[in-house]
Design a protein around this ligand. Structure first.
Ligand SMILES: [Zn+2]
Length: 184
């Protein structure tokens, strides 16, 4: 079913999250660096890891002012908000690349206590089916969830459950939502 559904939807990439994550956030009072690592399984390679990291770090915006990378987007807020840092081995966010057939391309899971996120995982399914652009679409969307964002009803928003293929970038609206979560 997964493959057929994806074809019917054309370029839409489906992302899935099991539960609402509104109101959950990282505790950044001591340290606002959130470490990210990619698990070294059989689908891991350094090219993909480097590519994911370049996507997170991209210091650039689209012509209409949307951000390619979360770190640069987060730095544009004049407040203390999380920053991602790539590491090796155990990390706050661990990314697993798989090549399994499911009707969605990415999954974010947060593990929290009293609405404070302690650990999160991101799984990218069908890694061999995604091109570079699609891989970064999925990563941007799932990292949005891991920061605490839920789904948007706006079909052009990065956080729509069907990530928009032509506008999968971080908008001022996304950053406003981040501000609401992290700025008291
Ligand atoms: Zn989602």
């Amino acid at each position: 079913m997964g493959t057929q559904w994806k074809l019917l939807l054309g370029l839409a990439i489906i992302a899935f999250i099991p539960s609402a994550v509104f109101a959950e956030k990282w505790d950044i009072s001591q340290n606002n660096t959130i470490t990210v690592s990619v698990i070294k399984n059989e689908h891991f390679d350094y090219f993909k890891e480097n590519f994911i990291w370049q996507g997170l770090e991209a210091y650039d915006t689209t012509k209409d002012g949307k951000y390619y990378g979360w770190n640069y987007a987060l730095q544009s807020l004049d407040h203390r908000v999380p920053q991602f840092s790539l590491t090796q081995g155990p990390a706050d966010i661990e990314i697993t690349l798989l090549n399994s057939s499911l009707p969605y391309s990415g999954l974010a899971k947060t593990y929290s206590e009293n609405n404070t996120i302690n650990y999160a995982t991101i799984t990218v399914f069908e890694i061999d089916e995604l091109d570079k652009h699609e891989l970064l679409m999925v990563m941007r969307h799932e990292l949005g969830h891991v920061l605490g964002l839920g789904h948007s009803h706006d079909p052009h928003d990065l956080m729509n459950h069907k990530i928009p293929y032509y506008t999968p970038y971080i908008s001022d609206q996304n950053l406003d939502d981040i501000r609401k979560i992290y700025v008291p």
